[in-house]
Design a protein around this ligand. Structure first.
Ligand SMILES: *[C@@H]1O[C@H](CO)[C@@H](O)[C@H](O)[C@H]1NC(C)=O
Ligand SMILES: *[C@@H]1O[C@H](CO)[C@@H](O)[C@H](O)[C@H]1NC(C)=O
Ligand SMILES: *[C@@H]1O[C@H](CO)[C@@H](O)[C@H](O)[C@H]1NC(C)=O
Ligand SMILES: *[C@@H]1O[C@H](CO)[C@@H](O)[C@H](O)[C@H]1NC(C)=O
Ligand SMILES: *[C@@H]1O[C@H](CO)[C@@H](O)[C@H](O)[C@H]1NC(C)=O
Ligand SMILES: *[C@@H]1O[C@H](CO)[C@@H](O)[C@H](O)[C@H]1NC(C)=O
Ligand SMILES: *[C@@H]1O[C@H](CO)[C@@H](O)[C@H](O)[C@H]1NC(C)=O
Ligand SMILES: *[C@@H]1O[C@H](CO)[C@@H](O)[C@H](O)[C@H]1NC(C)=O
Ligand SMILES: *[C@@H]1O[C@H](CO)[C@@H](O)[C@H](O)[C@H]1NC(C)=O
Ligand SMILES: *[C@@H]1O[C@H](CO)[C@@H](O)[C@H](O)[C@H]1NC(C)=O
Ligand SMILES: *[C@@H]1O[C@H](CO)[C@@H](O)[C@H](O)[C@H]1NC(C)=O
Ligand SMILES: *[C@@H]1O[C@H](CO)[C@@H](O)[C@H](O)[C@H]1NC(C)=O
Length: 549
């Protein structure tokens, strides 16, 4: 024994003293056996681990046979080991079921380590276990059905491993279960209907697996459910109408599956819902106006489905909603002005639909909005002047519509965070508004495929933050030293390409095609060493060879 560990002898002696007392008092003679047994079980558990960083050096029967002082070990007042909590200690090696020799073990938490091998079926013998957290390791193989014998289990966390096979049907035996987290594995098969028995289940997070088959209607008998997560699986069939039974449901994550049928109007009865993610499925039918009845809704993501019909004006009643994403569907009709009355809206994505009519001026009242995307629709009319009032606006995408008229001249003047503006591919006329970069935040500006005239205003020319500009070319742009993309195709810009173009050392894309440019292509272009794309086609009077650099 080294000198350093000699001081550890005192605690080592303590059990021996306790034994003396026990003998004297004629009771508790089993205590030392219990302690020694506990230490032995823990050391056997440790033997399977590879303790790379020496975080378990206190686990040593030479130093102390009382394991209650060992790192991560919790004990009851009576000295029984009740918990092993070893998250994030860079433990390698395998998990051992030896700890099940500890009859009072309620918590086993080895999350966020680098454990490999299977989940030991022997864990089924840890009868007192209430919390089992093996998440974020590299465990493989199947979920042992035997775990479902752990009647006291309240939290079962197996996420972020390499587990395969199905959710065991015996899961229905875990009637004390409150939280089941099994996301990010390779689990397959169906969601077992036996899950209906889990009346205390509040959270099920099973996303990022390869589960298939329908969402069983039996799942809606788990009336305590608050978080229902099966995103990024291979589920098919319909979203069960009976979800309306789940009065405490706050979060519905079913995005990226193969779900079909309608968005159930009954979801409007889930009066605790805060987040609905049904995006990237095959949902058809209309968007039910009943969704506007959910008083707590904050996020509504229905994008990338096959939804038809018009946007229900009732969505304007959602007085706490932050994000509405209905993009990439087949929606028709007009954009309801009622949406402009939502006091909390930050994100409105309606792009890639078949929306018609003009942009309602009411959207200019969205005082909290930061992101608007109405691109790739059939919108007509002008850009509402009220958009000049959107002081929180960061990103505005209106490209690929049939908007006409002038761009509101004060656009950007009161939008201190404006960084992304794409108005390209419309029929806009007039000049470029001067205040787009007033606050030096603009990084992307695309105005191509319009009928704009005039010069780039000085305030935009001096925009130091701009990295991508799709508009006309002009000498003074030399301020824009970091410009990586200059696209100004299909406008009516005229004049020569200035030699100063050679100063744009970062430029990777230069597309002055389809304009009325004249003269020689300047040799300075040869200095643009990062240039990847250069398209000068359809400028009929542009002459000379393309310089090399
Ligand atoms: C396990 O420990 C980690 C880190 O302390 C904690 O975040 C996690 O919630 C614990 N797991 C359970 C199921 O309590
Ligand atoms: C589940 O409970 C049933 C009935 O008590 C029992 O027959 C079955 O063996 C249990 N399954 C598991 C894996 O514990
Ligand atoms: C899990 O699935 C991913 C993606 O399909 C695959 O790359 C990986 O090899 C699978 N792992 C196991 C353990 O099956
Ligand atoms: C729903 O939540 C409330 C408040 O937290 C709780 O009292 C109630 O028991 C829950 N209902 C169910 C079915 O779990
Ligand atoms: C999804 O499930 C279908 C059958 O329902 C199957 O044909 C397909 O291969 C599955 N896709 C993946 C990625 O597992
Ligand atoms: C649930 O929603 C449907 C359709 O919106 C409605 O007809 C029904 O009355 C609602 N039921 C309850 C219990 O709120
Ligand atoms: C901008 O907001 C102010 C104050 O709310 C209002 O008076 C003005 O009419 C608005 N401008 C437009 C173009 O809507
Ligand atoms: C601009 O963005 C910052 C950082 O996100 C934020 O704190 C600030 O409130 C925003 N300004 C406006 C006017 O919305
Ligand atoms: C900018 O917007 C804020 C908030 O809406 C408003 O109070 C202020 O008057 C506006 N300023 C200008 C110059 O329009
Ligand atoms: C240009 O880019 C460099 C590197 O990203 C950055 O350090 C510099 O601040 C940028 N210049 C301006 C004027 O934004
Ligand atoms: C290319 O850059 C070099 C170094 O800055 C400069 O001397 C030269 O004149 C430039 N060439 C052209 C054609 O602008
Ligand atoms: C160059 O621009 C012309 C006209 O805008 C376009 O038709 C052509 O596809 C472009 N070429 C490339 C390689 O992008």
């Amino acid at each position: 024994m080294t000198v350093a560990s000699a001081s550890a002898i005192a605690p080592f002696l303590l059990p021996a003293l306790l034994l003396l007392f026990a003998v004297v008092l004629g009771s508790g003679a089993g205590e030392l056996d219990l302690e020694a047994g506990a230490a032995a079980a823990l050391l056997e558990f440790k033997r399977e681990l590879v303790d790379v960083d020496g975080r378990l050096t206190s686990w040593d029967d030479g130093a102390s046979e009382d394991p209650c002082g060992w790192a991560g070990v919790a004990c009851s007042p009576g000295g029984e080991v009740t918990g092993i909590t070893l998250p994030g200690l860079n433990l390698h090696g395998r998990l051992s079921a030896a700890v099940c020799a500890l009859p009072h073990l309620a918590v086993l938490n080895v999350s966020n380590n680098a454990l490999t091998g299977p989940v030991p079926p022997g864990l089924a013998a840890c009868a007192a276990l209430e919390v089992l957290d093996l998440s974020t390791n590299a465990l493989h193989g199947a979920v042992p059905p035997g775990l479902c014998a752990l009647r006291a289990l309240r939290r079962l966390f197996l996420s972020n491993n390499l587990l395969v096979g199905g959710i065991p049907p015996a899961i229905g035996n875990l009637t004390a279960l409150e939280e089941l987290e099994i996301y990010s594995n390779n689990l397959t098969g169906k969601i077992p209907t036996s899950i209906r028995a889990l009346q205390r289940l509040r959270v099920i997070r099973a996303g990022f697996n390869d589960l298939s088959g329908p969402i069983p209607v039996e799942l809606t008998e788990c009336t305590s459910l608050e978080f229902l997560g099966f995103a990024h699986n291979n589920l098919t069939g319909e979203v069960p109408r009976e979800l309306s039974r789940l009065k405490n449901l706050t979060t519905l994550f079913l995005w990226q599956n193969g779900l079909s049928g309608e968005v159930p109007p009954e979801l409007g009865n889930c009066t605790s819902l805060q987040e609905i993610y049904l995006s990237e499925n095959k949902l058809t039918g209309i968007i039910p106006g009943e969704l506007g009845r959910i008083p707590t809704l904050q996020l509504l993501y229905l994008n990338e489905n096959r939804l038809q019909g018009s946007i229900p004006p009732e969505l304007g009643q959602l007085s706490t909603i932050r994000d509405i994403d209905l993009s990439e569907n087949k929606l028709t009709g007009i954009i309801p002005g009622e949406l402009g009355r939502i006091p909390t809206l930050q994100l409105l994505y309606l792009n890639k639909n078949r929306l018609q009519g003009s942009i309602p001026p009411e959207l200019g009242q969205l005082s909290t909005i930061t992101q608007i995307d109405l691109s790739t629709n059939n919108l007509i009319g002008t850009i509402p002047a009220a958009f000049q009032n959107l002081s929180g606006l960061e990103s505005l995408r209106l490209f690929d519509n049939q908007l006409h008229g002038d761009i509101p001249p004060l656009l950007g003047a009161n939008s201190s965070n404006l960084s992304f503006l794409d108005l390209s591919d419309n029929q806009l006329t007039g000049s470029i508004p001067p205040y787009l970069c007033k606050y030096q935040k603009l990084t992307f500006l695309s105005l191509g495929l319009n009928s704009l005239v005039g010069e780039i205003p000085p305030g935009v020319k001096a925009c130091r933050t701009l990295t991508r500009l799709r508009t006309r070319l002009i000498v003074e742009l030399s301020m824009l030293q970091n410009l990586s993309s200059l696209e100004m195709h299909q406008n009516r810009f005229s004049g020569r390409i200035p030699p100063e173009i050679g100063k744009f050392r970062s430029t990777q894309r230069l597309i002055p095609s389809d304009n009325y440019l004249v003269g020689h292509i300047p040799a300075a272009i040869g200095n643009l060493t990062r240039l990847v794309t250069f398209n000068v086609s359809s400028n009929q009077q542009l002459t000379g060879p393309i310089p090399r650099g």
